[in-house]
Design a protein around this ligand. Structure first.
Ligand SMILES: [Zn+2]
Length: 404
């Protein structure tokens, strides 16, 4: 017998203005190749208000039980000679919203907004990012305590025997950091500071022009994918807070902008002032955080884990210092969100599996193609059998790729 660890992925894509389409897929943790041949769609359905769609789960769980035995319907599913391959589900990958709304982990909008610790909005504030924060000793709580915080009645997957450790509903690095996450708040705050700095230019328009000239020069010197588009003033504020965002500012180019903003800070925030020193520490810690995770294989070395813990701590301290600097000036920069708190737990996840290896980037195109089929089949003769149409189309695509 050979055991192959597997992951389950759930996320929603846009279907119409009002409705989104949930896509559930699985893949091997060890697979290597394009999304079409490594991610397998199990189910897709419209996420209607108030409907839990729990009915899809018992058959999915039963299928995983069969896959874990190596046999489905009495037939060996895969093997090599006399060796049978068993496919074992070990983690579920999803975004913060589905993790809380769907699977019932402590909600980021709730009084205790973190599944990993007992931080709250009162005497153990989740907004305290310091190494000595009151919530820190509550991480790694007893497993019974962790499980007791999952909403009841439990989602069938949360109630199943697969949910047997605190890592089963894995926190997704992309949604935490890159996709409207910690990196967007960080870069928005740092660029927002520059936009207020008279040493950079006489007014906001002149400062923005300098930032964009530097951006172009940076990409000329550092060619590569995921370039940021020209930055507009409106790309630097969201709901009043400093945040890099906009239709053309995606998860991947937000992450890829970190070295550019690092260079920018070194050039324009290099005075001895406390806020400039904190800004440099912040962007350096963020760059090192990404470099460490992206430079490591599936299992992170002890030395890299120590580096990751150090730069996560540095980040928390510098971020909190800048939040305080901004607060005293009545500036809405460096918002400490539940996601910012969540970043503090990344080293704990990295000690189990490198979160970079199990993040949800590659599933995005599966969701895109599945939702495209849903949209095309929304009306007309394909509508009645839409679930089957989606699965057949994906299976046909897979078959053609493997045969040709
Ligand atoms: Zn926490």
């Amino acid at each position: 017998m050979t055991s192959i660890p597997c992951t389950l992925h759930i996320d929603a894509g846009p279907y119409s203005k009002r409705l989104s389409c949930i896509c559930i897929s699985w893949s091997s943790l060890l697979s290597d190749g394009s999304e079409k041949v490594t991610k397998y769609l199990i189910s897709s359905y419209l996420k209607a208000d108030g409907s839990s769609h729990h009915a899809v789960w018992p058959p999915i769980i039963a299928d995983f039980d069969a896959m874990a035995s190596g046999y489905v319907g009495g037939r060996c599913i895969a093997g090599e000679g006399r060796k049978v391959w068993k496919l074992i589900l070990i983690i579920t990958k999803t975004d913060e919203q589905e993790r809380c709304d769907g699977f019932g982990l402590p909600h980021y909008n709730g009084p205790e907004p973190c599944a990993e610790c007992l931080a709250n909005r009162d005497d153990m504030p989740y907004t305290d990012l310091q190494p000595g924060a009151a919530w820190r000793p509550t991480t790694n709580m007893a497993l019974t305590k962790y499980m007791s915080r999952i909403r009841v009645p439990k989602h069938p997957l949360a109630a199943s025997h697969y949910c047997c450790d605190r890592w089963f509903f894995y926190r997704d690095l992309m949604h935490l950091m890159d996709c409207n996450g910690v990196t967007a708040s960080t870069l928005g705050g740092l660029l927002g500071m520059m936009m207020r700095d008279p040493a950079i230019g006489p007014n906001r328009a002149a400062r923005l022009a300098i930032i964009n000239t530097e951006r172009e020069a940076w990409y000329t010197d550092n060619p590569g994918d995921h370039r940021l588009p020209p930055i507009l003033s409106k790309n630097l504020v969201a709901e009043g807070w400093g945040e890099l965002h906009g239709p053309a500012i995606k998860a991947a180019n937000t992450r890829a902008a970190v070295p550019f903003v690092h260079a920018l800070c070194h050039k324009y925030q290099a005075t001895a002032s406390a806020e400039h020193r904190a800004a440099l520490r912040l962007i350096t810690a963020l760059r090192d955080f990404y470099d460490t995770l992206y430079g490591q294989p599936l299992f992170v070395s002890d030395a890299a884990l120590a580096t990751l813990r150090a730069c996560t701590d540095d980040f928390g301290l510098a971020y909190q210092e800048l939040r305080e600097w901004a607060r005293t000036r009545r500036l809405l920069f460096f918002n400490v969100r539940p996601k910012t708190h969540g970043m503090m737990h990344v080293p704990e996840y990295a000690a189990v599996l490198n979160p970079r290896w199990v993040q949800n980037y590659s599933e995005e195109s599966l969701i895109g193609s599945t939702c495209a089929i849903w949209k095309r089949s929304a009306r007309g003769r394909y509508h009645a059998g839409i679930q089957r149409t989606v699965l057949v189309k994906r299976a046909t695509g897979l078959f053609l790729r493997l045969e040709m």
